[in-house]
Design a protein around this ligand. Structure first.
Ligand SMILES: [Zn+2]
Length: 391
């Protein structure tokens, strides 16, 4: 058994055993004892086997896996003309149509391995559906805490899996921390956004990109950013590839946010080390509308350490990018379009010319069809006898 410990991303305090967060309030990161020689390979059996040398030792005895991860890396041809070699990592090809399934799969396995019978999460979107799917599939009592302002259209894609859904009145940001406290007392494993094992799930995105590019490392990876757990995971993945000698470079991370809720972009642009709560967040990119990201300070640290960049785009740019992506056959939710919209900013405002860029399409556009009323749908009508003229 390889030794594992946890280390605080900010104060460096170390922990052994089961912990979700540092006593200083900042997120923890898993450190797994290094093997002498590390091998990663693309195995159809799934992410756990493909990347076992760099993941915690978890057993999937009850075939919990539904084929999460191992998603396509799709080339965007037109970008070549502009000097960019651009790929989209399509996380919509996951069992519940978002990248969250990687972390949910590992978190539910971790909960089972630790003997939990109850699992939960705090979310109103992709993660709620993902934890509901994996929790219920594992036969665990699954509780989803949502804010009391959640619209009905967001409830039904969670409710279909059959978890207990509790609308909670009160400060939604506080709910993240409160649920972790209560989980300890009530023996419920709260697999919230950026707990260490979820970050391990996001790491596998980096490993796959590395394999799909046949050992090349991108210059930039663009990640739509909400809680910050995903960008932390992807950066950690590339960092570990470098640490074990498989690569010699860590890509610069690009945190992409909507102008209507961009706490990381705002703090980073002002040179702050601490995230401030973003007042009155409002964006069509609901999946990344987190006004006070729990991994925000840790993300700022990563950005400073690896010459990262932040980009924020407005609502029109998001909708335009969603259509542009669709014209290339990829239908992402608005949060994912934020990453694609950031590319033109990279070229025009930041002056990046020749580069290998990967943008992460985090979730499917079919998840929240209500948003689509913002997009034009042009439909012509005719009768069968006039069809010939029209064609
Ligand atoms: Zn700490």
């Amino acid at each position: 058994m390889r030794e594992t410990k946890m280390i605080c991303t900010m104060c460096g305090k170390e922990y052994l055993g089961e912990h979700f967060r540092c006593s200083c309030g900042e997120p923890l990161e898993l450190i797994i004892e290094k093997k002498k020689s590390v091998n990663i390979s693309w195995k159809k059996s799934g992410i756990l086997e493909s990347f076992s040398d760099l993941l915690p030792e978890l057993k999937d005895c009850g075939s919990l896996s539904m084929g999460e991860g191992l998603t396509p890396l799709t080339k965007i041809e037109h970008a070549m003309k502009d000097g960019l070699e651009l790929f989209i990592k399509n996380e919509a090809i996951n069992p519940t149509w978002s990248f969250k399934d990687r972390g949910s799969y590992l978190a539910v396995l971790d909960a089972i391995n630790r003997g939990y019978r109850n699992i939960g999460t705090v979310s109103t979107g992709n993660m709620a559906a993902s934890i509901a799917a994996y929790g219920m599939r594992a036969g665990l009592k699954t509780t989803i805490l949502v804010s009391d302002s959640i619209p009905e259209e967001k409830i039904s894609p969670i409710a279909i899996y059959g978890p207990r859904i509790l609308r909670v009145n009160g400060d939604y940001d506080r709910l993240y921390f409160r649920s972790l406290e209560l989980g300890k007392n009530k023996n419920i494993y709260f697999a919230n956004y950026d707990i260490p094992i979820r970050v391990e799930g996001s790491k596998t995105i980096a490993f796959e990109i590395f394999l799909q590019l046949e050992g090349r490392v991108p210059d930039f990876v663009i990640v739509p950013t909400s809680s910050g757990g995903n960008v932390r995971g992807i950066e950690k993945g590339f960092r570990e590839l470098e640490a074990c000698g498989l690569s010699n470079y860590i890509p610069r991370m690009i945190v992409a946010q909507a102008l209507g809720c961009c706490p990381v972009h705002r703090a980073f642009s002002s040179g702050d080390n601490q995230i401030k709560r973003f007042a009155r967040p409002h964006t069509i990119a609901h999946a990344i509308e987190n006004p006070f990201p729990p991994s925000g300070n840790a993300v700022l640290k990563i950005l400073r350490e690896n010459q990262g960049i932040t980009v924020a785009v407005n609502e029109d740019e998001i909708l335009t990018a969603q259509r542009q992506l669709a014209k290339r056959g990829l239908f992402g939710q608005p949060a994912s379009a934020v990453a694609f919209a950031s590319i033109s900013k990279l070229k025009n405002e930041i002056g990046i010319k020749r580069a290998l860029v990967v943008a992460v399409l985090t979730g499917s556009g079919l998840k929240y069809p209500a948003v689509l009323k913002e997009q034009p749908s042009i439909v012509e009508a005719t009768d069968i006898d006039s069809l010939q003229d029209l064609l």
